[in-house]
Design a protein around this ligand. Structure first.
Ligand code: NDP
Ligand code: MG
Length: 414
């Protein structure tokens, strides 16, 4: 059974730290954005573009969208632009010709970008592909604004150890974790009774099992509240996202598994509920726009403006809450079991889920089979002795690769 292994509170909460990277016009924040062309990356750069005096862009990275990367690098006067897909390096060089921006390509170059001198690294690569560069950024002892939840899910102990040893500062970007981070600030960890993350319930919240069985990628990609990348949007539809987020919360906050829970809140206005022993419950509210948690992470311990819709509770009228239905959405229970199992089970869960989500998006797997495939992979991995502890990042990467092979192998049964 997993035990508490969170980052010390001082590393993720509280007032100014020795790093005090929060941006101000007197001291612009040197910022690197990993995954600059994605949903989180472009929202981050939207904030940068609106507050140019607060930031200097060091490096921007992308995997394949070379034209968008070059345009962003030119617009934000980045020092370096990195394309993960090395075959596109020549195109990147051509697009940046004469702009005074260095072009680099390949997986190792993305990792190198993560370690360039900067005050803050926004870790917004999707999936386990974000592990190596985000880990490299953490080892530098700087501020890591963490959007990539897979890092804490797959490599939680290894990653939090690197943060603690290097003196890096971890600021959660995932909206629920940013909410908890804000609701906890300054509190005594011993006084926390429960941390509850909210879930929108996704596009299929009210669907029957029969409807879910026929759900298509187009339907699953239509999230009612949030605009996000494809992978996390599908995870929201299966509720795997909330399972991954409970694992993420376990590593971020100083509470045990039993003190973590989630509740469905279809309006996505309340993002967390932190209960204290004295009966107080601190909720964080904001309209569903990722630019708020991104701004919190970039500016902390200060605050910066974000151009989001202002919350109008009188207009909203109703905020509702309901228990998640784990019978219709089994991914949540599967993720909770992996968290309790500990060891490499969360890494296997994540790897199998990435394979399953990609197959669903390519119409090779049915919606309800996403959770079944992940469950099968976890069971098989346990039998094959893959679920033991991972001592270092290479162990995590090896387990991730083995779990992917296993999930692909099992896919033939579906
Ligand atoms: P997107 O799919 O929109 O963007 C992913 C980014 O990562 C792109 O810049 C992409 O480049 C890059 N990328 C993809 N594959 C690789 C790879 N193999 N190596 C290096 N870079 C790669 O994702 P999101 O922005 O939605 O999500 C990013 C992370 O943040 C995820 O972990 C997600 O769970 C988390 N998150 C996202 C939220 C959201 O609102 N979007 C909310 C909370 C958490 P290219 O564009 O060239 O393919
Ligand atoms: Mg979230």
């Amino acid at each position: 059974m997993a035990t508490t292994a969170s980052v010390p509170m001082a590393r993720i909460a509280g007032g100014p730290t020795e790093n005090d990277a929060g941006c101000s016009p007197d001291k612009p924040c040197r910022l690197t954005v990993l995954g600059a062309t994605g949903s989180i990356g472009t929202s981050t750069l939207d904030l940068v573009g609106r507050n140019p005096e607060l930031f200097e862009i060091v490096a921007l990275t992308a995997q394949t969208q070379v034209e968008q990367l070059a345009a962003l690098a030119i617009r934000h006067r980045a020092k370096v632009a990195v394309i993960g897909d090395e075959t596109q390096l020549a195109a990147l060089r051509e697009l940046l010709a004469g702009a005074g921006i260095a072009a680099m390509g390949g997986e190792a170059a993305v990792v190198e970008a993560a370690t360039m001198p900067a005050d803050c690294v926004m870790a917004a690569i999707v999936g386990a592909a974000g592990l190596k560069p985000t880990y490299a950024a953490a080892l530098q002892g700087r501020r890591v604004a963490l959007a990539n939840k897979e890092c804490l899910v797959s490599a939680g102990d290894v990653f939090t150890k690197a943060i603690a040893q290097s003196g890096a500062e971890l600021l959660p970007v995932d909206s629920e974790h940013s909410a908890v981070f804000q609701a906890l600030a300054g509190s005594d960890a011993a006084a926390i009774e429960k941390i509850v993350l909210t879930a929108s319930g996704g596009p299929f919240r009210t669907w029957t099992r029969e409807q879910l069985a026929a759900a298509t990628p187009d339907q699953a990609l239509k999230h009612p509240n949030w605009s996000m990348g494809a992978k996390v949007t599908i995870d929201s539809a299966t509720l795997m996202n909330k399972g991954l987020e409970l694992i993420e919360a376990f590593h971020l906050f100083p509470v045990g598994v039993d003190a973590l829970d989630c509740v469905v809140h279809p309006q996505s206005v309340v993002h967390c509920l932190v209960s204290y022993k004295d009966g107080s419950v601190m909720a964080q509210m904001a309209p569903p726009d990722m630019r708020t948690p991104i701004a919190v992470a970039l500016a902390w311990p200060r605050r910066m403006a974000a151009p989001t819709e202002k919350l109008d509770l009188a207009r909203l009228g109703t905020l509702s809450f309901e228990a998640p239905d784990e019978a219709r959405f089994p991914a949540l229970a599967i993720a909770k079991a992996a968290l309790r199992r500990g060891g490499a089970a969360p890494a296997i869960l994540n790897a199998a889920n990435e394979i399953a989500v990609a197959a669903f998006l390519e119409r090779r797997l049915k919606f309800c089979d996403i959770a079944s495939l992940v469950d099968d992979a976890l069971e098989k991995a346990e039998k094959r002795g893959l679920a033991g502890d991972a001592g270092c990042l290479d162990d995590v990467l090896a387990i991730d690769a083995a779990a992917r092979r296993l999930a692909v192998e099992l896919m033939s049964r579906y």
